[in-house]
Design a protein around this ligand. Structure first.
Ligand SMILES: Cc1ncc(COP(=O)(O)O)c(C=O)c1O
Length: 296
């Protein structure tokens, strides 16, 4: 066996796993924006489309069962990747931005004027604009951790920026600007003192390998598929089960619906957690539902 074949960082060996990099004229340096997909992922996508393309959770035929099983396996794998307590803590979204918007809408729904959210000046705008919109809607104040001259979050400023009005600390886990890693345990320890929850934007951290949300001690974690060698249009939101279960609706429709009448719908908390759909977990009748059922 030669050295190149045993070295996991041998560029040529790695490159051969990515059919999208076969063109010798291409020197792809944009992984932080979107990574190419390795053959093993392309093969899994093709296999799914050929062997299991059907409506997840919606059909009794064997294709639908295969799709549902594949979906469940993907949730379980995402849970293992994050060392989550269970796959019910995994919510599939459209990407990191959509996960952040979900938390901003659902967790933010309960916030009141005077409450505060702590961000940093190192955030990608995906972890800024949803909070700005929330601030406009709910009168919440945004505070910002500054950066040290080395490009790291200035944790010395926690003393002034993290007040007892803070309800959520929402920070990048790894900066897309400087590459600096956030010292999550220190942030979590400080947040707990004032009773704030902690959300980490892991879009730039997740592609580098498995995570341990329990060790990090955070409450919500988000990352995207297309930066983590997966397809575009998918992302993961992880949240502590009890926090997810308490969130109000984000989107309605699909598998979370148990009954629909012309004037309202009933959604099931259990069904929602099973599907991972970022939607209504309260199980109450909503008056905002579509008028769909002619028998109502
Ligand atoms: C730190 C960070 N957060 C969020 C995002 C947005 O991710 P997505 O494209 O999955 O919405 C990016 C994308 O560059 C990012 O670098």
């Amino acid at each position: 066996m030669n050295a190149a074949s045993t070295n996991p960082f041998d560029a040529q060996t790695l490159k051969r796993q990515f059919p999208g990099l076969a063109d010798p004229r291409l020197h792809y340096l944009d992984n932080a924006a979107t990574a190419q997909m390795p053959a093993v992922v392309l093969d899994a996508l093709r296999r799914f489309e050929i062997e299991a393309r059907a409506n997840v959770h919606e059909g009794a035929h064997f294709r639908a069962r295969a799709a549902t099983e594949a979906y469940g396996k993907a949730r379980a794998q995402a849970a293992r990747f994050l060392n989550a307590c269970s796959s019910e803590e995994i919510v599939f979204t459209y990407g990191a931005t959509s996960s952040i918007n979900l938390v901003a809408h659902c967790f933010g729904e309960e916030l009141k004027p005077g409450d505060e959210i702590l961000l940093s000046i190192l955030e990608h705008h995906s972890n800024l604009t949803p909070w700005q919109s929330l601030a406009e809607r709910h009168g919440v104040a945004l505070r910002f951790l500054p950066m040290t001259p080395e490009g790291r979050l200035d944790l010395d400023s926690l003393g002034t920026q993290l007040t007892n009005r803070c309800r959520l600390v929402a920070l990048t886990h790894c900066s897309n600007v400087t590459g600096a890693m956030t010292d999550a345990p220190s942030i979590v320890a400080a947040a707990r003192v004032v009773g704030a929850k902690v959300f980490l934007d892991g879009a730039q951290r997740a592609p580098h390998g498995p995570l341990d949300v329990r060790e990090l001690g955070v409450d919500f974690y988000a990352f995207s598929g297309h930066k983590s060698y997966g397809p575009t249009g998918i992302g993961v939101l992880w949240g502590r089960a009890e926090l997810l279960a308490a969130l109000p609706p984000f989107m309605t429709g699909g598998q979370m619906i148990e009954e629909v009448t012309l004037s309202r719908h009933l959604s099931s908390a259990a069904a929602t957690l099973r599907s991972g759909h970022p939607a209504d977990r309260r199980g109450d009748w909503s008056r905002r539902g579509p008028r769909l059922d002619a028998n109502a």
